[in-house]
Write a protein that binds this ligand. Structure first.
Ligand code: SF4
Length: 428
């Protein structure tokens, strides 16, 4: 194929995430703390526990794990009087442990009763998630919704009006289907469903405002489980309101399927500037860590260049030139080491979260990729001399040999972090 002169001349157009959609800003408060969503706040990563909230100790421990992994708000199920009764104790345990993360209560069916009967629970939470599709039908739904909004107003709490494909308001859906049938050219059922999600979210937000809840105390979400539906619904929702939006693909699934589907959907929307807080709804593998959903959420934002949380490790995939697993093990141990250091490093070494580390398998791309990283190592491939040049800020500084390459490289990374991001560096 011949290239035209147009196709090879000129620089690539700059590409980056689009300007963030302008939204109101919502504040989640507890004690003297405040965390902001929307407006000029960075896109927030949040998560949800899967413990029984009535077990305050187990729930507080899991909230702590999620917060230490980087979750900036944690949602807990509040489904029974026993759970509601324990919410203040969970908050107290977290405060005692020094875990500064807001708690969000997830309510379905009986939230109006629980929030009214347990005012300490209503006060201990920093936000309420309300699902308008799970509050009964007709007048009962309206009364229950109004009761929850009244509690939110009384305690000065924001709410997320979280509409879900699987629990869409059936009265609204039936009415919109009837209206659709009157159209000269009825929409496909899927289009009506998408419209119903958006209408449900916005109309309930407007009603909450009419009931007295400030407009800057409302976050919206419309969760569905298919990527193209999610993109279509959020594009539409974002164009029709200025409330902050919580993004997430509901029931994303397990393992790579859940990660890929969530990443595909969220990255399209985030690239368009849509989304103020995200949650990755991964089904944990048996015995798997709940914190994985936090790590995946952070990695989506960081790989898109929207935020930085943890130094990133660039590693080649390996090929026939790497017959040993040494470089895979080194890449894995370095990534784990960097993530484990972050709770301490975050305070000691500001800016370290933007550091790039390269761990490469052979001489083909190893030196080049290592030079582009802040710090990189090019390991010996099959048949190469058993030496590993290390590059710091683009310069080859040392060549490691022998049995202790991994340990020595970790030492070099540690010293680099201290020198580049430590107090001495900042005072220069
Ligand atoms: S850097 Fe070397 S080992 Fe890694 S993928 Fe490229 S050729 Fe293979």
């Amino acid at each position: 194929m011949a290239f035209s002169s147009e196709s090879v001349s000129g620089a690539c157009a700059p590409v980056g995430p689009g300007a963030r959609r302008q939204t109101r800003q919502v504040t989640l408060r507890w004690a003297q703390n405040a965390v902001r969503v929307g407006g000029d706040a960075p896109v927030m990563v949040q998560s949800m526990t899967n413990t029984d909230t009535a077990d305050a100790v187990a729930t507080a421990i899991q909230v702590k794990e999620l917060a230490l992994a980087g979750s900036e708000a944690v949602r807990i199920t509040v489904n029974t009087p026993e759970a509601a009764r324990e919410v203040p104790a969970i908050r107290e345990q977290l405060d005692r442990m020094g875990i500064a993360v807001p708690l969000i209560g997830d309510f379905h069916y009986n939230g109006h009763k629980l929030l009214t009967q347990f005012p300490e629970c209503a006060q201990a939470l920093s936000k309420y998630r309300i699902n308008p599709g799970n509050m009964g039908g007709g007048k009962k739904r309206e009364d229950n919704f109004a009761q929850m909004i009244e509690v939110a107003c009384r305690h000065g709490k924001p709410v997320r009006i979280g509409v879900n494909w699987g629990s869409l308001d059936q009265d609204l859906m039936a009415r919109m289907m009837d209206e659709n049938n009157q159209r000269a050219q009825p929409w496909p059922a899927q289009a009506v469903m998408r419209e119903a999600l958006v209408v449900s979210a916005i109309s309930n937000a407007r009603r909450a405002e009419a009931l007295g809840l400030p407009g800057d105390a409302i976050v919206l979400s419309c969760k569905v489980s298919h990527v193209q539906d999610l993109i279509a619904v959020y594009r539409n929702l974002s164009a029709r309101c200025d409330y902050p939006l919580h993004l997430g693909l509901t029931e994303a699934g397990m393992g790579s399927k859940g990660i890929v589907a969530s990443t595909a959907a969220l990255s399209v929307l985030l690239q368009e500037g849509i989304g103020d807080t995200i949650r990755i709804s991964l089904t944990p593998e048996p015995g798997g860590a709940r914190t994985r959903e936090v790590v995946v959420g952070q990695e989506i934002l960081q790989t898109m260049g929207l935020r930085a949380f943890t130094p990133m490790v660039v590693a080649c995939p390996g090929c026939g030139r790497t017959s040993s697993t040494f470089f895979q093990e080194l890449a894995d141990s370095i990534q784990t080491y960097l993530r484990e250091q972050m709770p301490i490093w975050r305070g000691q070494y500001p800016g370290v979260e933007s550091m790039n580390v390269a761990v490469m398998g052979c001489v083909v791309n190893g030196p080049g990729e290592s030079r582009h990283a802040d710090i990189g190592i090019s390991l010996p491939g099959t048949g190469e001399l058993p030496t590993a040049p290390v590059y710091v800020d683009g310069e080859r500084v040392v060549t490691l040999k022998g049995e202790r390459i991994a340990e020595e490289f970790v030492d070099i990374v540690q010293n680099y972090v201290k020198r580049r991001y430590g107090a001495a560096a900042l005072s220069d």
